[in-house]
Design a protein around this ligand. Structure first.
Ligand SMILES: Nc1ncnc2c1ncn2[C@@H]1O[C@H](COP(=O)(O)OP(=O)(O)O)[C@@H](O)[C@H]1O
Ligand SMILES: [Mg+2]
Length: 226
């Protein structure tokens, strides 16, 4: 089955920075179509290559996650040329919203997330964009989405970046819950990877954060000079 009639899709349910998401029906099932849209400020060839690469990358990484036993939407169809992925619709609430509306329920999800991310990392998979909006929660379990920047052969530093991004997304949106949400995440992560690896990753997270702070300081220093 090919993807036809894209022009008839109508209004997207979600407009992200690089993709539009539509809730559609696919072979009788409710599904999500993620369509990476052309960016006109990019050179057309580069744009096509980038959309192709991220689409394929996302589909591959989702499959790898599922094979590792981590919940992610089943992939129904991929069209790299159109930059399209059709996937299972997960009727769920994002972790972002759970923290917002029911912070006491968020802690158990943070632990489950730590287990899921630990499982991915143990297989060499890094997510690449681990924010609380890219974690969906349903019935006590977590689902990971948005794998466009994932790596299947990640270094420990890339894995540390995942933890750093999770931490940063908490700090910027839910500063009051950072400590509990990190602690629960690390409990889950450690239960999969063990204390020694977890400590090594956290050491890298501290380095990444120090470097970030250094860059921030330089940037503000420059701005003040101007
Ligand atoms: N399989 C899915 N089931 C249900 N909702 C989804 C699914 N995939 C994405 N979404 C919703 O669409 C939003 C954007 O999708 P995402 O893949 O994260 O794109 P972006 O790269 O623009 O962030 C998500 O934050 C989520 O709310
Ligand atoms: Mg996203």
């Amino acid at each position: 089955m090919a993807l036809e009639g894209l022009e008839e899709l109508g209004k997207p349910h979600y407009k992200g920075a690089e993709a539009y998401l539509y809730v559609i029906e696919w072979l009788g099932r409710k599904a999500v179509l993620k369509l990476r849209i052309p960016k006109h400020y990019r050179h057309p060839l580069l744009d096509r290559r980038l959309r192709w690469r991220r689409t394929v990358n996302e589909a591959r990484a989702v499959l790898a996650a599922i094979m590792a036993g981590v919940n992610a939407p089943a992939i129904y169809y991929v069209d790299p040329v159109a930059g399209a992925i059709v996937m299972e619709y997960i009727d769920a609430v994002s972790l972002y919203e759970v923290i917002e509306k029911k912070p006491e329920a968020a802690v158990q999800y943070a632990r489950r997330l730590g287990e899921a991310v630990g499982t991915l990392h143990a297989r060499g998979i890094s997510h690449g964009d681990l924010t609380t909006s890219n974690v969906l929660t349903r019935g006590g379990d977590v689902y990971l989405i948005d794998f466009g920047l994932a790596s299947l052969k990640s270094s420990e530093r890339e894995q540390a970046v995942d933890v750093h991004l999770y931490l940063r997304s908490l700090e910027s949106t839910h500063p009051d819950h950072v400590d509990t949400m990190l602690e629960a995440f690390l409990e889950g992560y450690m239960s999969v990877r063990g204390g020694a690896v977890t400590e090594k990753i956290m050491q890298l997270v501290r380095e990444i954060r120090l470097m970030g702070r250094y860059k921030e300081e330089r940037r503000t220093a420059w701005q003040q000079e101007e």
